[in-house]
Structure formats: C-alpha cells, structure tokens
Design a binder for this molecule. Structure first.
Ligand SMILES: *[C@@H]1O[C@H](CO)[C@@H](O)[C@H](O)[C@H]1NC(C)=O
Length: 359
C-alpha cells in the first residue's frame, strides 16, 4: 500500500457516522439492506438491522417471494414477509418490497399453467393478494424481477410462455390498481455496466410495456459484482442516464461485491472499498438515483458462498460484525457529498420550494 492510500484509509477509519444518516444528509432517500428470516433470532444482527440511522430501508430477502406467499394455489401465507415488515413498522424504517413476479422460487403449480387466460388470472390473484396485504407499507415494489436474458432475449419463463410480454404489462397494471402509492419497479442484474445487450433489451422492453400502459416508475439495478471487476462509476452513470429517460427513479437494489479468491488481504479489502464507492458515487451523481440497498450487510448471512462456492466476504460487515474498510469508505464519501452539497446544489432545496408554494 502506498503512502497516499494509507492516509486515505486512515482518514476513513476515523470517520463516525452511520449509513442511512449520512446518505440522507447527502440527499439520498435511504441506505437500505436486505434482511432474511434466519437472521432474526440473532441479537448482534438485529441490533444493526433495526437501527434506522444505519439502514433507513429494509427489503425482505425471501419472505415476500411467490414460494413463501402462495406455495399452493389460493393459500396465502405472510409470516416470513411480515416478520420483516413488522420490524420496519416498529422502527419507522421504510420497506422496499420484493418481489411479485419472478421465474425463480416459483411454485411448481404456476409452472404448469399454459393458457393465457389462466395465467393472467393467476398473476392477478397473486398480486391483488400479496400487494394488497402490504398495501400502503411499501415505498417500492419490485413488480417484475429478471425478465431478460443476458443476450437480450426475453427470459423463457412460465409467464412469458403463457402470455408473451403482456405478462409484464399486466403485472404492473394490477400492482398499481392494488397499491397506488407504491413506486413500481422493474429489477434485474447485469444491467449496470453500459451498454450491453441486456441493458439495450431492457430499455426496449420498458418502452414496449409503458406504451402498452404499464406504470413503470423505477428501474432497479441489482448491483451484484466482483471485487476488481465491478463496473466503474462512469459506466453506471451512463446506464442510469439512459434509464432516467424512461422512468422517474432508479436505485441500486441488491448490492454486494464479492471476493473471487479467499482468503483476502489488506489490498483486496481496500479494492472492495473502492468498488463500493463507485456504486455510491454513481448514485450520488445521478439525480434520479434515490437510494442504495445492500443484499444483506454481514458475511454471516450473505447468499454468496452458497451460490458461488469459493467466493464471498461480499458485505460491509464481516461475519463477526466488524465494519470493513468498505463501510468506512462509503460513510466518508457520503459525508463529503453532504458537506459539498453535491445533490442539493443541482435542485432547489425543499424548504425554498415549500416557501414558494405557500406564497
Ligand atoms: C447498445 O446501445 C448502445 C446505444 O445505442 C450502442 O452504442 C451499443 O452498441 C449497444 N450494445 C449492444 C451490445 O448492442
């Protein structure tokens, strides 16, 4: 490590501040985390997850997915999702709700539906029930998740086979009828680094469904990536600029940046901090980017080691609840954005706007 880097990391280690608190001071709506049910009996975990200064927004990692809410047709279960939604209700944290229509964690009975009318009825019932149950409590809903393939084709999932692209349009329409206050998002991975085939196809898809009447308010960029190989701020800003032409807001919704080789050393930890800062910096510099959600905050409950054996340590806290350099890097960046007025200087301050309206 050279002297300059040493100074930089020492400075970041010295800062105090918590993620959501400084994110809001910097002009973002929230800094959030996914929370999964197995972590809810761990007091070390809960102490951080329930702290609104650290996380202003919670996303149920699995609790609201189809397999947890309607495993068998017509029998709706909300225990897993409610466990997390109820934390948010107690603490005043926002909820990002996730997700209504997705090909994965989809019960077998949905996959065996082939007729267009039947699928349309099933999607309607699912959204009316699940989004109805959480009505008024979700800042945002990921209405449709991962509908595109990396090569730009529509993912050939059961909903697409039955209805074509209309399943996307229909899902957004039903979601809006059911919970008119929620921001309705399309959410996907590998749509961060401009401008691959999937991003271009996603843009074309959003245009198509909006033309057909789908109220798409936001695009969620999941933001799963690898240390040293993650997209640059410039690449992500370019993508967000294109998305910003189509929707009211964009967000990073599932950020984690994993090491591909373990164990790691100090240099890799520093690099992870830089990679996280590219994401946060990109969001700060794009006016329509409202917030950042990490896909859990501690390595103890990260999904990465299971999904990508041999990779991991992707989160901002290690498995013993020590904050990593990446945490301090993000807080430092948000603090400097707050003190330079990066975002507020671009738009009139809310107080001024209110005064003008009142006059
Ligand atoms: C995606 O669209 C951009 C802008 O039109 C274009 O420059 C780029 O080549 C496209 N990428 C692919 C893979 O088609």
């Amino acid at each position: 490590m050279n002297f300059h880097l040493f100074l930089l990391s020492s400075a970041f280690v010295a800062v105090s501040g918590q993620l959501d608190k400084v994110a809001k001071e910097a002009g973002l709506l929230y800094f959030g985390t996914a929370v999964d049910n197995p972590s809810l009996n761990n007091q070390n975990y809960l102490r951080i997850a329930r702290d609104p200064a650290e996380f202003g927004s919670l996303t149920p990692a699995n609790g609201q997915k189809w397999s947890n809410t309607q495993a068998s047709q017509g029998r709706f279960t909300y225990g897993s999702g409610d466990a997390i939604a109820n934390i948010a209700r107690q603490t005043g944290q926002q909820l990002r709700c996730h997700t209504l229509v997705w090909y994965n964690q989809l019960p077998g009975w949905v996959s065996s539906v082939y007729s267009r009318d039947q699928m349309q009825q099933i999607i309607t019932a699912h959204i009316q029930n699940v989004a109805g149950h959480y009505k008024g409590r979700c800042y945002a809903w990921d209405v449709v998740n991962e509908a595109m393939e990396d090569d730009g084709r529509y993912r050939n999932n059961p909903m697409y086979r039955a209805m074509g692209v209309d399943y996307i349009t229909h899902s957004f329409k039903v979601a809006q009828q059911t919970d008119p206050a929620a921001k309705l998002y399309y959410n996907d991975f590998n749509i961060e680094r401009c401008c691959n085939a999937k991003i271009n196809a996603t843009i074309a898809m959003i245009r198509t469904v909006k033309t057909a009447g789908a109220p798409v308010h936001g695009i969620g960029m999941q933001g799963h990536s690898r240390v040293g190989m993650s997209p640059s701020k410039r690449e992500m800003k370019e993508t967000m600029a294109r998305f910003s032409e189509l929707v009211d807001e964009v967000a990073f919704t599932e950020v984690d940046i994993r090491h591909t080789k373990l164990p790691i050393g100090a240099a890799e930890r520093e690099q992870q901090g830089k990679d996280y800062m590219e994401v946060v910096g990109a969001c700060l510099e794009m006016p329509k980017c409202v917030g950042i959600t990490v896909w859990d905050f501690t390595d103890q409950y990260s999904w990465i080691p299971q999904q990508y054996p041999g990779e991991g340590e992707a989160c901002l806290w290690d498995r013993n609840y020590n904050k990593k350099p990446a945490y301090h890097s993000i807080v430092g960046l948000l603090q400097s954005a707050a003190s330079s007025g990066l975002r507020t200087s671009a738009t009139p301050a809310p107080a001024a706007a209110v005064a003008v309206t009142a006059a």
